[in-house]
Design a protein around this ligand. Structure first.
Ligand code: UDP
Ligand code: GLC
Ligand code: MN
Length: 328
């Protein structure tokens, strides 16, 4: 349908890479909907060109900022004030219905059925399930709603400093009013759930349709070894199940990087893809030595912030082994 669209947001080149991968993943699963990227003026020319070749519409918007450092620092994410920019999606009134998706999400199968849902449909937030997570939601663009949202921001601010706090305040009856507005968790599976409820992940994770790389470390903060097809950089802080992260990198390195390379031409461009055979083994030494440097208090803190050391101490295999021992 021409008047329905998936919408994402990128205020800088890093998030733009995420948006490119998301757009590609939607196309690969044959969406019949339009694709829209809202971008900040900071996004570079080469990235804008690549976005234009993947998305039907790339719209430059003003970057809004909550400027709410108190709430943002509580969440340890001073960077999320700009997520207020997301509210611009309600101004896309040439569409009757849209699905917003964070630039750090990846689509694993066709999800056009989400358009059968009404505003405001979203999945529970893994940290506080009576709130919805604003990484994936169904909405109806409307100038009136946009105005009311801005007014709500002015009057009430945001309890988390970002858009999710505002949206949960504004659509405050989400938790109780209408169960059809609760999207199944498989439409916004965040990596954190793997650690908080591993047996459920093992039972249902295979049905995931959208994975959300929620948390401070994003796929694009890592490095990918093209030879061994392994994610090798920054893994100490990465927060997601290795195979989803690998899916992201395979799509990025095989389809997005060549497009970016063409746009950048001779100009320097950091793709994050490296080629060195020894990276995996030298990396495992690095992980091992890091393990001894992290105190259990630090480790607990990291865990609670959703920054599990998934390739090291908190690896899927380690957790499984512990769980199996415990169950025995
Ligand atoms: N975002 C952006 N620039 C930023 C931070 C966030 O464009 O500097 C957008 C992007 O679409 C991102 C979304 O806002 O996916 C929400 O931020 P993020 O995904 O980092 O939050 P999280 O899901 O980790 O809480
Ligand atoms: C969240 C959501 C993200 C939102 C941020 C700020 O954790 O995943 O989409 O932008 O909070 O409110
Ligand atoms: Mn996100």
């Amino acid at each position: 349908m021409a008047d329905q669209a998936f919408v994402t947001l990128a205020t800088n080149d890093n998030y733009a890479k995420g948006a490119m991968v998301l757009g590609k993943s939607l196309r690969n699963h044959n969406t019949s909907k339009k694709l829209v990227a809202l971008i900040g003026p900071q996004v570079s020319e080469p990235c804008q060109s690549v976005l234009k070749s993947i998305f039907d519409e790339v719209r430059v918007v003003d970057v809004l900022d909550s400027g709410d450092t108190a709430h943002l620092s509580m969440m340890k994410r001073p960077d999320l004030g700009v997520t207020f920019t997301k509210l611009h999606c309600w101004t896309l009134t040439h569409y009757s219905k849209c699905v917003f998706m964070d630039a750090d999400t990846l689509v694993l199968s066709n999800i056009d059925e989400l358009f059968d849902r009404e505003e405001l449909s979203a999945a529970p937030d893994p940290g506080w399930p009576d709130c919805f997570n604003s990484g994936v939601f169904v909405f109806r663009p409307s100038v009136e709603t946009y105005g009311k949202l801005l007014q709500y921001c002015t009057e009430h601010g945001s309890f988390d400093g970002g858009d999710q706090g505002v949206l949960n305040g504004f659509f405050g009856d989400w938790a109780t009013a209408d169960i059809s507005k609760h999207l199944p968790f498989i439409y916004n599976l965040s990596s954190i759930a793997i650690y908080t409820y591993l047996p459920a992940f093992k039972q249902y994770g295979g049905n995931a349709k959208v994975v959300h790389f929620l948390g401070k470390t994003k796929p694009w903060s890592c490095t990918f070894d093209a030879k061994s097809k392994q994610v090798v950089g920054s893994v100490h802080e990465a927060t997601t199940h290795p195979s989803f992260l690998k899916d992201w990198w395979i799509l990025y390195s095989s389809t997005v990087v060549p497009m970016l390379q063409e746009q950048y031409g001779d100009k320097p461009f950091h793709s994050g893809v490296v080629e060195h055979e020894e990276s995996s083994s030298s990396h495992s030494h690095a992980v091992q030595s890091q393990q001894f440097q992290v105190s259990s208090e630090e480790r607990k803190q990291k865990w609670e912030q959703g920054q599990a050391d998934y390739m090291g101490m908190d690896s899927f295999d380690n957790i499984k082994r512990k769980l199996d021992n415990f169950l025995k």
